[in-house]
Design a protein around this ligand. Sequence first.
Ligand code: ADP
Length: 397
Amino acid sequence: MKDSVLVVNSGSSSIKYQLVDPAAGVAIASGLVERIGEPDGRITQRHGDREGEHRGAIADHAEGLRLAFAMFTEAGLDLHRAGIAAVGHRVVHGGEVFYRPTVITDEVLAEIARLSSLAPLHNPANVIGIVGAMRELPNVPHVAVFDTAFFHTLPAPARTYAIDAEVARAHGVRRYGFHGTSHEYVSGQVAQFLGRDPGELNQIVLHLGNGASASAIAGGVAVDTSMGLTPLEGLVMGTRSGDIDPGIVMHLRRSADLDIDALDELLNRRSGLKGLSGVNDFRELRRLIDSGDESATLAYDVYIHRLRKYIGAYLVTLGRVDTITFTAGVGENAADVRADALAGLEGLGIEVDPARNGAKEHVARVISTDASRVTVLVVPTDEELAIARASAALVGV
Ligand code: ADP
């Protein structure tokens, strides 16, 4: 238990947490607080083979964490005395200020709160989670690991929007990129798995979960990514539109009389696969497609079309690509998505092996043929482990 790291990922109404042994790379315990602020709150927790559940109203994040700690104590794991070396917090937006894991001081916390204007759905929840966790574990260093950090290397042409430069500068409008912890972790795993120096590899990483993003990584350095100022840009996602003509926003503002909050809700929560088909989960989408649902088929085709567009763009951005890697819920599980994303690209040296692609193994593996010039892989992401390792390294464990 000594030298373990508690990883906390707080969303607007939920907190995911995991106690990780960073050296062994294993989760000792994990849990999820859900529906904070609703009458039917829920906490589910696992420690070894013991599972615990709490149901009932949870007023706020601080109460959620307090109850979670009490449940751990009941299960024989007193986190106050467990010798935790650090608490690692996932923080969504680091703006231009934070580009490496950072020990959280009062000033750092104030700065994360200030960055809420760039991530109004995420940073306020992160701040509340940090404050709650600091109350529970006041004598342990708390570390912020930023989702944007890995992309601070984006070259100017990739990070700059072609809008009035003064306006952009005054309001921090540029491309930041998100899911950075996952892209960094997965690209590192690829190099390790292939026994190669990360500095030698040009990689495309496709993080396809409920949120989805693509990145182009040259020799371990991120050179482009699909998400921008916010996690709304880029690929088609579960409920987010990804790229659209910005003119649509003005058009709907004027002709559908949607105000800015309604447009935010439309593009973040009622678009993407859900907007087109009614469902955002790929398993349900597949069932609808198999039952002959035309909207679901169109949603899938739009998803694949966008994904291929980004793969094409990054092949050219990188010039030479050594690996293409699929990760996250959809990327790790949906063999049809992987096959369709890369179908017909033999001329570009990309050849997926159907049997390897169809195998259901949850470990890093190659799914391209031996003849494929580009190695195609599936690599499970593990953002919690990456946050735990970054936090442990920062506090010198
Ligand atoms: P998040 O972005 O919420 O972290 P995940 O990476 O966990 O998301 O991915 C969640 C998505 O993965 C689900 O919405 C679902 O569409 C997809 N998914 C999970 N398991 C499977 C599966 N076996 N087959 C196809 N898709 C799956």
